[in-house]
Design a protein around this ligand. Structure first.
Ligand SMILES: O=P(O)(O)OC[C@H]1O[C@H](OP(=O)(O)OP(=O)(O)O)[C@H](O)[C@@H]1O
Ligand SMILES: Nc1nc2[nH]cnc2c(=O)[nH]1
Length: 176
């Protein structure tokens, strides 16, 4: 058990299980993108640790970059709008891989895909370490998924609870 701020979490995915799966995902991407010179875009903050490790197992020429998405209330009361910040690579006719730490409701990925497609890439695929199928509210294509997990809050390996817990090397699940 660990404590992050006021909440208690239990061990859920060990460091060795993460390492093994990240290596498999890197090898799969290496095979699928051989000769394609992809642009790999990590979504900050959560994906920083996953993409740092994943990129070491991608054994082909690839550009690695990061973007951030800002969320804010829209003018209507219908929820969040997410805008992409910081992309400095021309994606026209490029093969793009979007890398997330987690796809939960799918809202972030829906918005990202919309904004990436506007830049006329040759192809777009999605990579996520974690996916909560039960929480999905927006249908998004997920091409490389590390682990499907139940609809419970997790921290560690880049994922935070209120800004804390990202630097923990394993994934922990909220107790309750
Ligand atoms: O599928 P969704 O319901 O949209 O949830 C997934 C998003 O939530 C997390 O980001 P968060 O907004 O917590 O920001 P962070 O990456 O900076 O922690 C995660 O990194 C995804 O971007
Ligand atoms: N830390 C964290 N961030 C999330 N964003 C969406 N789902 C989650 C989750 O389970 N944990």
């Amino acid at each position: 058990m660990i404590q992050v701020k006021d909440k208690t979490f239990k061990s859920y995915i060990t460091q060795s299980a993460i390492e093994k799966r990240v290596m498999e995902m890197g090898k799969a991407i290496t095979n699928d993108y051989d000769g394609k010179n992809p642009v790999i875009i990590g979504v900050l903050n959560g994906a920083y640790m996953f993409l740092a490790d994943l990129s070491k197992f991608i054994g082909i020429p690839a550009e690695v970059s990061f973007i951030k998405i800002s969320s804010y209330q829209g003018e209507t009361s219908t929820g969040k709008v997410k805008k992409m910040l910081g992309l400095d690579t021309d994606l026209q006719d490029r093969h793009v891989l979007i890398v997330e730490d987690i796809v939960d409701t799918g809202l972030s990925m829906v918005h990202l895909l919309g904004q990436i497609y506007e830049k006329n890439p040759a192809s777009v695929k999605t990579v996520t370490l974690l996916h909560k199928p039960e929480a999905l509210q927006h249908k998004v294509p997920l091409d490389y998924v590390g682990f499907e997990i139940p609809n419970k809050f997790v921290v560690g390996y880049g994922l935070d609870y209120d800004g804390y817990g990202r630097n923990i090397s394993e994934i922990y699940q909220l107790t309750t």
